[in-house]
Write a protein that binds this ligand. Structure first.
Ligand SMILES: Nc1ncnc2c1ncn2[C@@H]1O[C@H](COP(=O)(O)OP(=O)(O)OP(=O)(O)O)[C@@H](O)[C@H]1O
Length: 289
């Protein structure tokens, strides 16, 4: 039985038990090390971003945390419990929700039906549970579910498309529906894999607002992988930088933006994107690289 974990005592505000702790994760594919001894904490109520050049290991990390990959070594703790060996659906039931880099919706189904699918993480799964899960309790849960779905639809401003097939929607709206489905799982932590990839400026700003509101209004902790540096730096409380499967820096956006190793990693990979633009007025101009 795993023991609950606490963070090291810190200066400043009272330290909280991390909602998610990544502890020494190593993952290799036929000799290729995708992750090497990766460790960091996600504090409850935070927005934490994982960034890094192409091939740095971000998706591998997400897949390991959500249970699609088994690490070669290291642990993942969620709410103080070791979930490293737990199957994906059980992680979801515990409150770990995620969206995918490439939209994973049922394209022929309506928006509402896709959102309803999110609830399956909470369906009773064994026979005894099913036998007791009848009558009043069931009706009450159905009413509660409908209420949650309505709140999500309202929150994400997708009422006008609730009966539209997903395949008829713009890319930006599909990403929003994917977020709605993840919220329907009633997660405590929402893992977003490139939430604004492929979006235009307006769609990106909308999504950024929703991510902030998910934290502010719903109290959900957010862990995201994102290439859009402007958004990462604007939204995040904590940024973890991966390069070749290793954590090369972590801290506040201001700290990682001026970290010479981070700048070198991005410049070296050619995957500079708008980091260069963001940094030009700062660290690069100051000659740290
Ligand atoms: N299923 C797999 N089989 C073999 N190698 C893999 C697999 N998935 C990832 N890798 C390798 O692991 C390393 C990390 O890849 P990963 O996709 O996690 O990086 P990433 O940071 O998400 O990249 P991107 O920003 O391009 O999405 C790369 O060298 C990649 O080729």
């Amino acid at each position: 039985m795993s023991q609950p974990i606490e963070t090291e005592p810190q200066d400043g505000p009272v330290s909280a038990t991390p909602l998610l702790r990544i502890d020494g994760l190593t993952l290799a594919f036929r000799g290729v090390r995708a992750l090497s001894d990766v460790s960091f904490d996600v504090v409850p109520g935070s927005i934490t971003a994982v960034i890094g050049p192409n091939g740095a290991g971000k998706t591998s990390l997400f897949n390991t945390v959500s249970g699609f990959y088994r690490p070669n070594s290291g642990q993942v703790y969620f709410k103080g419990q070791d979930i490293t060996r737990l199957p994906t659906p059980q992680r979801a039931k515990m409150g770990l929700g995620r969206s995918f880099q490439n939209i994973a919706l049922f394209r022929g189904m309506t928006v509402l039906d896709n959102i309803k699918l999110g609830r399956h993480a909470h369906l009773k799964s064994n026979v005894l549970d099913a036998l007791f899960y009848m009558g009043r309790a069931r009706r009450e849960e159905a009413a509660l579910r409908a209420d949650i779905e309505e709140r999500i639809i309202d929150f994400l401003e997708i009422d006008h498309i609730r009966h539209a097939p997903v395949s008829a929607l713009s890319y930006g709206l599909q990403k929003r529906v994917e977020m709605a489905r993840a919220l329907a799982m009633q997660p405590e932590i929402l893992m977003l894999d490139e939430p604004v990839a492929g979006m235009n400026r307006e769609e990106t700003e909308d999504m950024a607002r929703f991510i902030l509101d998910v934290r502010e209004e719903w109290g959900i902790t957010v862990l995201m992988v994102e290439h859009d540096m402007g958004m990462v730096m604007d939204l995040s409380d904590h940024v973890v930088v991966l390069n070749f499967g290793q954590v090369i820096a972590q801290g506040t956006p201001a700290m990682v933006q001026s970290d010479p190793e981070v700048i070198r990693a991005y410049l070296g990979s050619g995957d500079v994107g708008d980091l260069r633009r963001k940094l030009q007025a700062g660290a690069i101009a100051e000659g740290v690289v």
